[in-house]
Design a protein around this ligand. Sequence first.
Ligand code: 6PG
Length: 472
Amino acid sequence: MANAEIGVIGLAVMGANLALNIADNGYKVAVFNRTYARTEEFMKSAGELVGQLIPCKTLEEFIAAIRPPRPVIIMVKAGEPVDMQIQALKPLMTDDDIIIDAGNANFRDTLRRGEEMSQTALTFIGMGVSGGEEGARRGPSIMVGGKQASYPRVQKVLEAISAKYNGEPCAAWLGENGAGHFVKTIHNGIEYADMQMIAEVYGIMRDRLAMPAAEISDVFAKWNEGPLESYLIEITAKVLKAIDPKTDRPMIELILDAAGQKGTGRWSAIEALQMGVPATGIEAAVAARSLSAAKDERLHAEKVLGLPQSIGGADDKDAVIADLEMALLAGKIAAYAQGFAVMSAASKEFSWGLPMPTIAKIWRAGCIIQSRFLDEISTAFSKEPDVANLAVTPSFSKMLQDCDAPLRRVVSDAVLNGSPAVALASAISYFDTYRRGQGTANLIQAQRDFFGAHGFKRVDEEGDHHGPWGSS
Ligand code: 6PG
């Protein structure tokens, strides 16, 4: 009997929680998982929502359970599994049905899938969903890409299940085809940079200031009451407080320092490089994760090279901690300015017309990078939607002036003491390069012309020129 209003395929953590969230909002949801045992397990965990859910053993049963035109959310592992799922669904679905890929897809796959689906009467939506397990269950941030006309057909349910910021839903249509997944990718790139800078600051407190985990936790908890207030700072304070029940030691000390990565951070950096937009914070974060994963190599290098020797720096612990807070804020400005600049370039390249104020707005709640800071970004972009770089908006340039010196001191101190701070260092270098009207690329141009006759522009004449290198 076709009485479900929507279907969810894939009942791993994200899919299961999304299905429960939809059910919780009063919708009847058909659910399907490759292995039925998982569906049964899911139904057992659904509690009082069980009556809202229709478990299906086969895809045929699943499709038959949904009222046409059917919106079907796929939440399976990104990559080939999505293509396989779409292929399996296509012959079963009828005109006007909608397939929504809600996984962390590479937006280039979404472009291709959208193109393939446009040959059929089905509609395809590529949808970024952020917020982890809790977000999926209680309200994620939802970034939608696809034909604009398809959005009103799913808007009600997506807005209902999304997080709310001051009552405003954190869900929006952002542009055609891959726009939603692109924005989600950059969200994750920024997430990488944010997390890396937090980890660097933790490292400085742990190694340079010899602070125990619980004390560092208190610092993060305090920062969460100020301009850094955010989900990531909040959970960092909680993580650093947690005790391992097996050993009674801080949990953090027992976790191997080798970070995983599924690809979205790397894709952000690749796309930024390809478009020629600096995203040094994201690149630094990806590089740091890769180096972290080479644990054995690092242990060997430490044996061969030894740890760096401290050659000075400030000693006033409270002053260093105060600087760290401001440095983190400055580093965030760099990462977000870069992330938004990448989105702006992509928006032009793919003719998406990405609405920057809306993106900042739907990131204010539900997603992993939700923060007070994003409310300020949304205000800045609402005033100047086409500004080239967030750092030059009145509010952020003022903020940057206030935290410029602390960031400079933190990075110098880290270098003098051998504390790795690759993302924070990239931030100060980025700003120092970005804000200098007269740079050093005149020399690069001269070198290029010297060895390859590539030509250069003169500051005092029009046209292409070559240097008098023959006579040098
Ligand atoms: C989110 C998260 C989510 C997931 C990342 C983790 O926005 O909810 O970003 O998408 O946690 O995929 O990515 P890594 O495994 O690459 O850290």
